[in-house]
Design a protein around this ligand. Structure first.
Ligand SMILES: Nc1ncnc2c1ncn2[C@@H]1O[C@H](COP(=O)(O)OP(=O)(O)OP(=O)(O)O)[C@@H](O)[C@H]1O
Ligand SMILES: O=C(O)C[C@@H](O)[C@H](O)C(=O)CO
Length: 336
């Protein structure tokens, strides 16, 4: 048992709220950005990547967000449509806002960074009146990306979406998704992260991301158990703390502790690991699997994405993840 009671009889399995952006991933890898001349364009933004992952894993998926009213916005909408994601609540901006861009620098498989262009971005202009309560009421899960809390009016739109979810018994999954440059201060981040974390059933983040929620607390050893137990006093059923290549640990409200090791991978770049992990994990949980098996599935899905050039385009299908796990069991995949 996972402890998470997904509602039944809903038209959508999964709805994500947050940013829809563009990734420009370096074609010439293993060199600094200064020497990178060409990039390939993909749909990006952590919640977009997770939604694409969930759709590829067979879930009826929708998105709530705002896109620029230009070629980039239309590229994003077209891609989501092609992936079978419902875009009725993806709103066109009318203020001249632009699409967020993420340029990736791939210095080596372990040294990757992202240069973000996020001034006047459309995704942070989603307003509360544009959030469709009916869509949230007809979804089993609402996935919230923490970055959408960084500024108004998107912040209020997300807080309202979470309230709609709770009103209708929709499971709230909160991916902390902390991007420092989008926030004004650590205090601001902690304040809004805590507001959503208190109302979330499933929390997913890295150790560093959970540190952001503990700005006003004393956890000198950065204890994962301490971090998780705090949220069980609110709404949480499961808290997952990711530790990169070292794997991940999940705590459940029933006192359970679950660990997943990472799988071997021929890593091209590390970003996208967390998004594919989230999709694989939620797929497992929604399929009624144990927390441990779901974490394992997320870990394998992550390896497929970090072994590829893109994030969104590389999100795997069920047969791809199954094959990866089998290949690892046969010892056919080794780490680089
Ligand atoms: N180098 C690696 N080799 C194998 N698996 C990995 C590696 N890095 C990450 N993973 C897998 O992906 C999961 C999530 O990775 P991580 O903890 O880096 O999340 P994240 O920081 O959110 O990722 P992102 O880089 O996308 O922001 C890990 O728990 C692990 O299973
Ligand atoms: O999250 C972003 O805005 C950029 C992503 O699309 C990027 O690919 C990444 O960092 C994935 O975690």
């Amino acid at each position: 048992m996972t402890g998470v009671a997904f509602p039944i009889g809903r038209s959508f399995d999964f709805t994500a709220i947050g940013r829809l952006c563009i990734d420009l991933n370096a074609n010439e890898i293993n060199r600094p950005m200064e020497q990178t001349m060409t990039f390939t364009k993909y749909v990006g933004g952590s919640p977009a990547n997770i939604a694409i992952g969930m759709s590829r894993l067979g879930h009826r998926t929708a998105f709530i967000g705002k896109i620029a009213n230009d070629q980039m916005g239309r590229f994003i909408r077209g891609y989501l449509d092609k992936e079978g994601i419902d875009t009725r609540n993806v709103v066109d901006d009318r203020t001249g806002a632009v699409t967020g861009l993420a340029f990736t620098e791939i210095m080596s498989p372990t040294d990757c960074s992202i240069l973000m262009y996020r001034d006047n971005v459309a995704d942070l202009k989603l307003s509360p009146s544009e959030v469709d309560e009916e869509l949230i009421a007809s979804s089993k899960v609402l996935l919230v990306s923490g970055t959408a809390l960084a500024a108004s009016p998107s912040r209020e739109a997300v807080l309202l979406a979470v309230d709609y979810a709770r009103r209708h018994g929709t499971i709230v999954a909160f991916d902390l998704d902390y991007r420092p440059y989008t926030w004004k201060s650590e205090e601001e981040t902690a304040t809004y992260y805590n507001l959503v974390a208190e109302k979330s059933d499933i929390l997913i983040g890295t150790r560093e991301e959970f540190d952001c929620t503990e700005k006003f607390e004393h956890n000198p050893d950065r204890s994962d158990r301490y971090t998780a137990s705090k949220w069980f006093g609110h709404s949480a059923d499961i808290v997952i703390i990711k530790h990169g290549k070292e794997g991940s640990i999940a705590y459940s409200a029933d006192g359970g502790e679950h660990r997943a090791r990472s799988f071997p991978a021929k890593v091209v770049k590390t970003f996208g690991a967390g998004d594919s992990y989230a999709a694989g994990f939620l797929h497992g949980l929604m399929s009624g699997w144990t927390i441990g098996k779901s974490m394992e599935y997320g870990s394998a899905a992550a390896c497929i994405v970090i072994s590829s050039h893109s994030c969104s385009d590389a999100m795997p299908t069920v047969s791809q993840v199954d094959d990866y796990i089998e290949q690892c069991a046969r010892g056919e995949i080794t780490a680089n």
